[in-house]
Design a protein around this ligand. Structure first.
Ligand SMILES: Cc1cc2nc3c(=O)[nH]c(=O)nc-3n(C[C@H](O)[C@H](O)[C@H](O)COP(=O)(O)OP(=O)(O)OC[C@H]3O[C@@H](n4cnc5c(N)ncnc54)[C@H](O)[C@@H]3O)c2cc1C
Length: 400
């Protein structure tokens, strides 16, 4: 039986490890992070400061530990056009993660006001599909810090399953380089420590996977996108929106999404209004940004392009109108700085990997946000899991 090493245990890594372990493959998952309780995930943020702040968490479970549970099919057409049809896999993922919208009990008055306001202005704000179990979730507004009650799906669910099926996990071990012989991968290195493998699957996330590739002499790291977002907010006294399920509804426009969202940054921005967290209503504006950034061995560079600024401005104007129409004090509207929570594209399909997600090095695959050909402009986890399921089928049928 072949030995497979999976580097990273986030959305891509845990999913491919679980699929292979279910089919009796010897899998070892190696992660730079450590095991943590879901509620402590906020301690593992490793935010990269470029012109835009780019977010990731380094721990077992990766950045899935801090998601808002948003479960949408993204980039389905972009992948299909390039020969990857994920229809079947999306259905499997939605079934596994019990994707559905939340019941009325999980909609607070802030979100409802925004949905009504949007509708009266002619925008359709639908309920967001979630991988959150409403029987366990007691809304607290803190999804991005981890989950006090373990109510949302994270990669730890798949990782635990893989471990029960015999997969080994090595934590606190950063993979620095690949071991390549005659254009074939034969293992990985963590500094001087070597781990031998027949196949290696890189899933270290879009800010880290390209660095492992570059260090091993493979060209990667260009075409970085981050799904840039801002949160526009203003004063609505005692609305207690900060305790509601974040991003519980969604407006889809061309290359822009808008979604109810509270950010602690707004409290500082609104200090002249003497507000507390409970007094702010907000909307996130997220765009499909251009793939203009780059990850190198030692740096990350990402700026807003003029097209990005245009999209952010358009979305912010709509968000402001919806907030004012909902009753927010119009003199109080402010914005957070642009940030990015979905880095991707740095080992893109058609550029660094082929349609089986294999690199130019035989036996070396990538399945994480790095392989997206362009920004999804919306939450990518479902798509990453679908890609991992598809890769597992290919490996089991053709390579193992
Ligand atoms: C606040 C926030 C909220 C979000 N909400 C949502 C949401 O609701 N829905 C959604 O679809 N998406 C959401 N996302 C985005 C989503 O979490 C990421 O796009 C997704 O987790 C990326 O998956 P990945 O496999 O590429 O990387 P990750 O999940 O980040 O996994 C990478 C793994 O690699 C490990 N690693 C890193 N470097 C090394 C190394 N050198 N050696 C070994 N291991 C390494 C890390 O520890 C980690 O375990 C959110 C992101 C943020 C920041």
């Amino acid at each position: 039986m072949l030995n497979v090493i999976v580097v990273g245990s986030g959305a891509g890594g845990s999913s491919i490890a679980r699929e292979l372990a279910r089919n009796g493959v010897n899998v070892t998952i190696i992660d730079r992070g450590r095991i943590i309780r879901s509620r402590n995930a906020f301690k593992c943020y490793e935010t990269i400061q470029t012109n835009l702040e780019v977010m990731q968490t380094i721990c077992l479970g990766g950045t899935t530990m801090v998601t808002l549970g948003n479960a949408v099919r993204t980039s389905e057409d972009a992948f299909k056009t390039m020969g990857i049809d994920l229809k079947e896999e999306f259905m499997e993922v939605e079934h596994d993660l019990k994707v559905s919208t939340l019941p009325d009990s999980h909609f607070g008055s802030g979100t409802i006001k925004l949905m009504e306001s949007a509708s009266s202005l002619g925008f359709s704000m639908e309920r967001m599909p979630k991988f959150i179990d409403p029987n366990i979730c007691k809304p607290c507004g803190e999804c991005a810090f981890g989950c006090q009650r373990d109510a949302k799906w994270t990669s730890m669910k798949y990782l635990d399953e893989a471990i029960k099926l015999g997969a080994k996990v090595i934590e606190k071990t950063p993979i620095t380089e690949l071991i390549i012989q005659n254009q074939k991968v034969v293992g990985v290195k963590s500094y001087n420590q070597e781990f031998k493998a027949d196949l290696v699957i890189l899933c270290a996330g879009a800010l880290n996977t390209p660095r492992i590739l570059i260090k091993s002499g493979i060209n990667a790291g260009e075409k970085l996108f981050v799904d840039t977002f801002v949160t526009i907010g203003g004063v609505m006294k005692k609305i207690k929106f900060n305790k509601e399920v974040p991003m519980n509804a969604l407006i889809k426009l061309d290359d822009i999404i808008l979604s109810p969202h509270f950010s602690k940054i707004l409290v500082e921005k609104l200090k002249n209004f003497r507000v507390q967290k409970k007094d702010i209503l907000g909307i996130m504006v997220k765009i499909k940004d251009e793939s203009s950034g780059i990850v190198t061995e030692n740096s990350v560079v990402k700026n807003n392009t003029s097209k990005d600024v245009e999209l952010l401005s358009k979305g912010s104007a709509i968000a402001g109108s919806i907030l004012m129409n909902a009753g927010v004090d119009s003199t109080s509207l402010v914005s957070t700085p642009p940030r990015g929570a979905h880095p991707g594209g740095t080992a893109a399909l058609g550029n660094v990997v082929d349609e089986n997600l294999e690199t130019s090095i035989s036996g070396l695959f990538v399945v994480d946000a790095s392989v997206f050909p362009e920004a999804p402009g919306a939450p990518p986890v479902l798509t990453i899991i679908a890609l991992a399921k598809r890769l597992a089928k290919y490996l089991l049928n053709e390579r193992i």
